[in-house]
Design a protein around this ligand. Sequence first.
Ligand SMILES: [Zn+2]
Length: 143
Amino acid sequence: MNCIFCRIVKGEIPAEVVARTEDVVAFLDVQPLADGHVLVVPVAHEACVEDLEPAQADALFRAVTRLAGPVREAVDAAGTTIGVNNGEATGQTIPHVHVHIVPRWEQDGAGSIHTIFPRRGRRDVKEVGTAIRAGIDVARGAD
Ligand SMILES: [Zn+2]
């Protein structure tokens, strides 16, 4: 396994780890977008969020909610942008799920998540809603 995040999880590569549980490891990004830019990864090597088992997903988002405040406060930020590039086409360069927590300040020059999209929604909202509802796996508890 040559996944850099798996190697960080196993301690084979040094990282500035800020939190670790049985299911999740959080560490500072080595190429930070801002001071305090943290990556939160599941211990399990899964490429996309839809590949996570429910317990893994629960643990991951629980860690994000626990970290958002301390990350923001550690660097005196006004807020955080929390995001996931989910799939290679989105710009995900390492195929191991990772949640970015990026501290933000007023007038920091960065935009909101909305600013990365050219607003290309063209299909009827009800039609798309029906398609999504039809694809939900109720067995996973996503109802
Ligand atoms: Zn991995």
